[in-house]
Write a protein that binds this ligand. Structure first.
Ligand code: ADP
Ligand code: MG
Length: 363
């Protein structure tokens, strides 16, 4: 076969498949869009592990009617214009790829209203473009005025309808749903200005529900349960206050580390992957995970695991967020030094509690 250009639609479907691997990837993108829009409340409805339905409603700033034609166009974004701005980007999004991708592999519709608009608008999308009512390509694609509150509701139906292998390759519906709950829970721990709720379609009760402005301990209690919350210790390493260790840590670009970790009383047999945020991005960060888990070897019996939530703020100039479309990883300078500082701090916190506890039992 000679070399030929792939058609636009093949390109788009392939690209979408790289970004949206499971329903949870679509959910995370939409969650981040809602947070980027300044929402203080995000309500999620899921059906069949997210394959039949993923619906996210937020009370953010909404989308202007004029912007609707570009909403699902690839590389169209309201968050970035110059490449240099990536260095200081504060929003989760900047690639303008997520909704476009979703619209190529699912049926996407939106109801949205801005504060200055008298009405909300409803629009349907297929393959990156506005589509007619109920996804009929022949119909009028003009967004339709409807009643609604300020904010945005995005509905994604029949995810992977045109990627049958992907659909078959998914884990069970309940596995996919647990992944979705897990990601919502992680954001709910971190985003204290936002209340989250999640339920299954057709069921009346919320499976997860948090309010905005709860203290960290309460957020952890709501999401991960009483036993973790009871044994939680807060972490607060502020490198502006010279100096925890007599040195100026800010030279590594580390601004602060906050979070919460369980003490040595808590020993769960179930492993909960640590909750790490770097500059407010949910990341995996294997080296940090290994290092901090390592500290617990001194405090926990073998085969038991802690709960760890850490939020790192690092000078944005030292962080590269554009590693991968899913943004699951970021790179930052002075990784080793920064991890060492955190390990020292965690060790200090755990051992100071440990001695006070021994004192108590002795007296
Ligand atoms: P990105 O987040 O990288 O800009 P997306 O494809 O996720 O790309 O979203 C495209 C654009 O749609 C965003 O830049 C934003 O302007 C708008 N948008 C998406 N979701 C929302 C939302 N929930 N509230 C307000 N605007 C939104
Ligand atoms: Mg986005």
């Amino acid at each position: 076969m000679p070399i030929q250009r792939l058609s636009e639609s093949v390109i788009n479907r392939i690209a979408a498949g790289e970004i949206i691997i499971q329903p949870v990837n679509a959910l995370k993108e939409m969650l981040e869009n809602s947070i980027d829009a300044g929402a203080s409340s995000i309500d999620i409805v899921v059906k069949d592990g997210g394959t039949k339905l993923l619906q996210i409603a937020d009370n953010g700033h909404g989308i202007a009617k004029e912007d609707l034609p570009l909403l699902c166009e690839r590389f169209a974004t309201s968050k970035l214009s110059r490449f240099e701005d990536l260095e200081s980007i504060q929003t989760y999004g900047f690639r303008g790829e997520a909704l476009a991708s979703i619209s190529h592999i699912a049926r996407l519709s939106v109801v949205t209203k801005t504060a200055t608009s008298a009405v909300a608008y409803k629009a349907f999308y297929a393959n990156g473009k506005l589509s007619g009512q109920n996804f009929k390509s022949s119909a009028n694609t003009e967004p339709k005025p409807v009643a609604g509150k300020v904010g945005t509701q995005i509905t994604v139906e029949d995810l992977f309808y045109n990627l049958p292998q992907r659909l078959k390759g998914l884990k069970s519906k309940s596995d996919e749903f647990s992944r979705i709950l897990d990601v919502i829970g992680r954001y709910a721990i971190h985003c204290k200005d936002v209340g989250f709720s999640c339920k299954k379609h057709g069921e009346p009760y919320q499976i997860l529900s948090t309010r905005a402005q709860l203290p960290i301990k309460e957020r952890i209690r709501t999401i991960f349960g009483n036993s973790i919350a009871t044994d939680i210790l807060e972490v607060d390493l502020d490198t502006n206050i010279e100096k925890e260790y007599g040195t100026d840590n800010s030279k590594y670009g580390l601004i602060s580390v906050t979070g919460a970790i369980t003490n040595s009383n808590y020993n769960n047999k179930k492993r909960i992957p640590p909750v790490f945020f770097i500059n407010n991005r949910l990341v995996a960060c294997e080296p940090l995970k290994r290092a901090v888990s390592g500290v617990y070897q001194f405090f926990l019996p073998k085969g038991s695991y802690p709960f760890i939530y850490l939020s790192l703020q690092i000078d944005a100039q030292n962080v590269d967020v554009n590693i991968h479309p899913t943004k699951r990883e970021v790179r930052f300078l002075h990784e080793e030094e920064i991890i060492e500082l955190i390990v020292d701090k965690v060790h200090l916190i755990l051992s100071s509690v440990d001695t006070s506890r021994k004192f108590k039992t002795q007296t």
